[in-house]
Design a protein around this ligand. Sequence first.
Ligand code: NAP
Ligand code: ZN
Ligand code: ZN
Length: 391
Amino acid sequence: MPPPLAKPAAPEPAAPETVATGSITAGSSVSDGGVLAAAYGATSPESGLVPLTLARRTPQPDDVEIAIEFCGLCHSDVHAVRGEWGGQAYPLVPGHEIVGTVSRVGPGVTGFAPGDRVGVGCIVDSCRECGSCLDGLEQYCENGMTGTYGAVDRRNGGSITQGGYSSSIVVDSRYVLRVPDSLDPAAVAPLLCAGVTTYSPLRHFDVEEGDVVGVVGLGGLGHMAVKLAKAMGAEVVVFTTSESKVPAALELGADEVVLSRDEAAMDAANRTIDLIIDTVAAPHDLNPLFRTLRVDGALFQLGLPSEAMPPVNPRALIRRRIAYAGSLIGGIAETQEMLDFCAEHGVVADIEVVGASQLNEAYDRMVAGDVKYRFVLDTSTLQAPAKEADA
Ligand code: NAP
Ligand code: ZN
Ligand code: ZN
């Protein structure tokens, strides 16, 4: 028998910015078994993050209902909440680095049981039929994957998905990950996006001992790239714009740090790198980076700035047979592989845990590059804001 319903989150105190929202999908409502979730989200590009209440759907036969404990703050959340990528539906509850415990499962679920520690990343559905889905590359689903927030949930009444800055979420079990018990649940949350987004191109390039990996931008993604590339046996060179991050980069395990705005230092790095993982969230010139690559080197761009980048000089690519590529998160099987790899190598993110009332400040600090290296929301503060004030 399924366990009793999780106690519905107390509604946020009536304040002008408190908005009841969220969607109850067809055939499901709070009265027939869904739960209300306390959340923080945006009501417009300018609103910042405010308390909201979501109605989560009744678990369907293949669904897992998760009581969320922690959710990482990704720079993509900032881009989306502030409407920097355009075309955004509001209200919007962001968050796709979700860790929690299973509270209920639908009758068709076999791989998960109440009490299991689980994770959800950036994907909550895909067509399951196209070549990409069949290859385990759901992120490249030919019919469009369903993102964890801000996406049309085609299999659930066409509602808009809402993410992990909330007390619970209901996700089809095919898109739920097992979180190894040995890893700290708060520090594991950022692996669900920052971890797999950097793991995937490192694996695609078959990084191994003897390779030199350059990591550009030492933020959430960048620091994971350093840790993962080191765990794969590579030598790591960090390219940063922040002089203040040099000692921290070395502490993280980087073998060398180059100040990317220092022309002489960039010249000295000429032809030294095999693979560059570029995680910069703002427009920047890639041509000086191409010059640091060896013949057959590759640069994977992971950052998605909202404004245009300076043009790439084709000559920089041609003269060393350099590949300029992009890469989007990772598939479900690869995300599980990454979590298991992290358990084997003791890799987690370096985090700063924040409460709900600190979210807006955390966004500003992220944009200013002032975080080592990932903020993680403690979702218990969503339900008891008074407790936060006491802390
Ligand atoms: P983050 O924590 O804010 O880190 C970004 C880093 O970029 C900063 O720490 C900074 O590093 C560098 N940077 C920022 N502004 C810069 C500027 N004006 N010039 C040069 N360097 C600058 O962000 P994140 O969460 O790692 O995300 C990074 C980007 O990846 C975002 O655009 C995000 O949307 C995108 N993303 C993509 C995927 C994907 O699947 N491809 C997945 C997740 C996120 P330094 O101080 O070291 O220079
Ligand atoms: Zn992300
Ligand atoms: Zn598909």
